[in-house]
Design a protein around this ligand. Structure first.
Ligand code: NAD
Ligand code: MG
Length: 390
């Protein structure tokens, strides 16, 4: 039986992964090594019971007693906290999903790179903060890294069987989010509730707001550069409100190969789960005649400065991705706490990237987790001090 683990099983990606595992036979077909979650203990315990998991871990120690109670009468082991998450990630598997949100996913992901055969990676923050480290670890342990982000799964699928040296450009599509047609003045006053309402994709709260600001697309530009070894000037973003074309690869002869499908993350998750053999998936079939038209437009750099910042991060290189991600996470926390406005998030991130101390730490590419943590701490400290002086 295939041994699997799901990190972030209770989140949006995690629930979709569990759905596909259940459809593929659940406990009768998979040996579930570990499931992890956060504060939603009822869901984590239910998933662990249904799938007969050996171990369930909550990220938060204050929820351990509740998790133990919810698992009473079973043989499922319960654990809590970052060390327990990291330990769970050292347990050998054939396939593992990394779907914790944020830099909290980095440590378990680095462990998974050494303990699993196929690492399905939704946690893009790992690649942004420590791409070289993660890839080196996968290479050292012969672990196959498969992207689960829909754009990167699309790119991966579009370049399958092609000569990587003949790829000239990667074009990521972006829906444009809920503020695609808002003015700068409107965006200045946007609230968390307005930002979380994504038009096409149903996702976790943080990635939904990152989609509205295009910080998510900025992370994805960096993710694509790391995953596919492409220079920043060869990665473009095009707005495509219908989210039908999931991304495109351009080749030296001018041909562009696009990946299309319904906006349903089970497409990308299922592709990684079934690799290397495609299997039927419960995603809606596209009917282009009823869709009628597909629209494309250039992103507005004034309203979506995050994209420019992503290219600057790649230009600076070293550990700048870790600073960028930490500043972005801290900015989002301050936006959610209503301390700063929606467009302040990009101003804050830009000022952190210009901070001399942060820059000095970012000159070298992180070699160990503690290098990333040092940059992360410095960037968050600078982010906490930032004030809008406009
Ligand atoms: P989510 O918020 O729905 O779920 C996050 C999961 O991480 C939950 O299980 C939660 O309990 C857990 N978690 C939260 N804080 C944690 C912490 N401090 N330590 C350990 N675990 C913690 O998020 P999501 O939308 O499923 O996204 C997960 C990852 O996948 C993110 O990196 C996101 O960028 C990426 N991703 C998501 C989508 C999507 O459609 N949702 C698409 C592409 C990529
Ligand atoms: Mg994506």
């Amino acid at each position: 039986m295939r041994r699997i683990s799901i990190f972030g099983a209770t989140g949006s990606i995690g629930v979709n992964t569990v759905d596909l595992i259940n459809r593929a036979g659940g406990a009768s077909q998979f040996s579930v090594v570990a499931l992890t979650g956060g504060a939603n203990i009822a869901l984590l315990a239910e998933q662990a019971r249904n799938l007969g998991a050996k171990l369930a871990v909550t990220a938060f120690p204050e929820h351990l007693e509740e998790l133990k109670r919810a698992l009473e009468g079973t043989e499922i082991e319960a654990a809590a906290g970052p060390d327990a998450l990291a330990e769970a990630a050292t347990r050998p598997t054939d396939w593992a999903m990394s779907a914790i949100v944020g830099v909290a996913g980095l440590r378990p992901t680095l462990e998974l790179a050494a303990s699993t055969r196929v690492l399905a990676l939704a946690n893009k923050e790992s690649l942004v903060c420590a791409g070289a480290m993660l890839q080196a670890r996968c290479a050292a342990h012969k672990t196959l890294l498969l992207p689960v982000d829909s754009e990167h799964s699309a790119l991966f699928q579009a370049m399958r069987g092609e000569d990587a040296a003949k790829i000239s450009r990667l074009i990521l599509t972006a829906s444009g989010g809920p503020f695609r047609e808002w003015t700068l003045e409107q965006m200045e006053k946007a609230t968390p509730d307005q930002a979380v309402a994504h038009p096409n994709w149903s996702m976790g709260q943080r990635i939904s707001i990152d989609s509205a600001s295009m910080f998510n697309k900025a992370l994805e530009v960096i993710e694509a550069s790391v995953l596919f070894s492409m220079p920043q000037e060869s990665i473009d973003v095009v707005i495509h409100p219908q989210s039908i074309v999931h991304s495109l690869v351009e080749f030296c002869d001018g041909a562009q190969i696009a990946h299309m499908g319904a906006p349903d993350m089970r497409g990308a998750i299922g592709f990684a789960l079934d690799w290397p053999h495609r299997q039927p998936l419960p995603v809606k079939r596209l009917d282009l005649a009823s869709i009628g038209r597909l629209d494309f437009a250039a992103p507005d750099p004034l309203r979506f400065p995050a994209l420019r910042l992503a290219h600057e991060v790649l230009e600076l290189g070293g550990g700048t991705g870790a600073a960028f991600n930490a500043a972005k996470e801290a900015a989002l926390d301050r936006f959610l706490a209503r301390e700063i406005g929606f467009l302040d998030m990009a101003r804050l991130v830009e000022s952190v990237l210009e901070n001399a101390y942060v820059q000095s730490l970012c000159r070298q590419t992180p070699r160990e987790l503690r290098d990333v943590e040092q940059i992360d701490d410095a960037a968050r400290a600078a982010a906490a001090r930032w004030k809008n002086t406009l």
